[in-house]
Design a protein around this ligand. Sequence first.
Ligand code: 13P
Length: 342
Amino acid sequence: MNTDLAALAKQLVAPGKGILAADESHPTIEKRFQSVGVVSTEQTRRVYRELLCATPGLSEFISGVILFDETVRQKTSAGIPIPEMLAGAGIIPGIKVDRGAKALANFPGEKVTEGLDGLRERFAEYTQFGARFAKWRAVISIGEKTPTDFCIEANAHALARYASLAQEAGLVPIVEPEILMKGRHSIERCFEVTVATFEAVFVALFAHKVRLEEMLLKPSMVIAGQDCPRQSNVRQVAEATLLCLRETVPAAVPGIVFLSGGQSDELATAHLNAMNEINSAPWELSFSFGRALQSPALKAWHGDPSQIAAAQDALLHRARMNNAARRARYSEALERSELYAH
Ligand code: 13P
């Protein structure tokens, strides 16, 4: 075992802290910017990501930030490389290394994540830029005849190849199999697909000799499709998600860092809180949210330089709420009182 990597994985899920995912690809950030009327350019992306990373006090609640390839190479307005600024503030810089989910040939409607070619060399470069952990996202969608076993296997294999290369390079891999919320499927169907996916992922991780103590799992929650007429309550989602994880995830994994996947920011926090309340897990239950941490900040900023402090306040508020959820102390009342206090 590499004790440094195991310690780093634990540090990323230190009590009360979670990860900020700010690693949107160009098409994704363009979509997010469009929603608030901002044109996505190298400059606007830099300004926005600098404001997120430079939020005063962020390190109290945020252990690490996942950056995109472009951001890891960018400098702040004061000329400091962004990863260096993060490290200086006590936040661990991470890097998204996959190159996106692409159509899986011969499997209509299914995707496989690309980016393995040349990954060893890219890891060497990212280490030079200061990245200490990495992320690779696999996407599984639920339809009438999907996912196929083949699609799950192909994605599990790629995740395991990535994770072993990350550990070889001295980075903690975040292994992210996301079951999309898009669709009309029930929570029971999501449970079934999630169990099958996580099983395949851990079989592949074992086969590739990935050291479980030195990685984190970034899963989606077990939840009904967004167009399903029957939606579960917070407690039901928390229970189904924990049951699914207990059935499939070895206790040697130090932490689970959930993605938010399009849930509203407050609902994602409520689900995380409920899981920590049930507290029947051998792993730290934490977050690695993108939208659920950033949305209010993005809206507050909307490209206006005079709103940077307001945007940072909005990010800090969500980070604080998720810190409360990690301690099972989140509530509607806390959400409102804290919101008005800032
Ligand atoms: P969301 O929390 O917005 O799903 O983003 C997390 C992420 O990193 C997706 O890959």
